[in-house]
Design a protein around this ligand. Sequence first.
Ligand SMILES: Cc1cc2nc3c(=O)[nH]c(=O)nc-3n(C[C@H](O)[C@H](O)[C@H](O)COP(=O)(O)OP(=O)(O)OC[C@H]3O[C@@H](n4cnc5c(N)ncnc54)[C@H](O)[C@@H]3O)c2cc1C
Length: 391
Amino acid sequence: MMLGYLLARAGVDVYVVEKHADFLRDFRGDTIHPSTLELMYELGILDDFLKLPHQEIRELAGQIGNDTVTIADFTHLPTHCQFLALMPQWDFLSFISKQAATHATFHLKMRTEVVELLRENGRVTGILAKTPEGTLEIHAPLTVGADGRHSVVRERAGLEVINLGAPMDVLWMRLSRKPDDPGQTFGHIENGRIFVMLNRDDYWQCAYVIPKGTAEEILQRGLESFREDIVKLSPFLRDRVDELRDWNQVSLLTVTVDRLSRWSLAGLLCIGDAAHAMSPIGGVGINLAIQDAVAAANILGARLLKGTPTEDELRAVQKRREFPTRATQWLQVLLQDRVIRRVLGSTKLLTVPWILKLLVRWPFLRRIPARVVGVGFRPEHVKGINERIAA
Ligand SMILES: Cc1cc2nc3c(=O)[nH]c(=O)nc-3n(C[C@H](O)[C@H](O)[C@H](O)COP(=O)(O)OP(=O)(O)OC[C@H]3O[C@@H](n4cnc5c(N)ncnc54)[C@H](O)[C@@H]3O)c2cc1C
């Protein structure tokens, strides 16, 4: 959606196809990072965006065993918004699609599911999609696979996927929030358990991290036992865990961390989760997908106005975005192996590790995790169309 908006803004004729009828999908992350907010500032849409209901997170805190530690402080970031915004992804997508729709060259086709790639002389030349009215072919000088972690486009293109593995899966659910609950966005780490709670004003968006492949076992133990596990981690939820009446209220995220060895072929480029599914650590998947979109628009926008990008020009997008992807995944895999795996396998009471004790002792060090999470490696900036044509 973001790439469609940026290209349409640059005057490129764009079709965005979405298989669902709306954006009201299951929860798949609500974080809008300071670097994404900065892009909106550059695009002149930040003020309108901030008028939509959202929460602003200035600090991230965690409870480890019996101690509470502030891990990240966003208030010193070199960005216009020194906070992380929480907004349902469907509101964010609707907002971006409305901005895109102000450009005559933007076309959004809902209920249009890509089922096959069209090819001519070894090049991808468009897509074949299923729609309620029948099949539809869209021919294009460039097809972009931005269809997420289960990408049909990357699968049909036969692009090689490198799987980096993950020791955990996540159960997501909502519980109501009361005015006298703790206000911060909270992670609670105990021996064998990790529970993350995002403050969404009138409810908590909760993530219960479990060892990979154990969801079935938890289901077998029953909802009552699951509710008790939650209460052990956050006793103040005792008066409302009964809101979980059915497993339908709990969704499973099977965590995968992977990336394509090649993001493009002649006529085709993959970005976002389709090019690299991220671990939920740091909640950076949305930000990385958006940064890819900006890089792709910066590199290819002017080129698309003149004609078809070459394979080298498509490869330039991967070249630009591969370092931030690899660096972020390296850090995520390190934390998965050194922290998550150990915590999930531990039976002893946890104490604050020395590295986090440094954050307690010298609060200015909290700016480092804030920078890594809030801005990330190699943040992109929107280039103006005139500048791009001149380049
Ligand atoms: C439960 C969960 C929690 C998450 N929490 C966070 C978080 O807190 N913060 C964060 O930054 N990230 C989070 N993520 C990751 C984040 O959702 C992704 O990294 C991000 O959405 C990737 O964006 P994308 O545009 O590449 O793919 P997606 O957001 O997955 O979008 C792909 C789109 O393509 C559509 N589509 C798929 N196949 C087809 C097809 N064949 N034809 C047409 N359309 C198709 C899909 O319907 C979807 O709308 C979470 C993910 C999950 C699942």
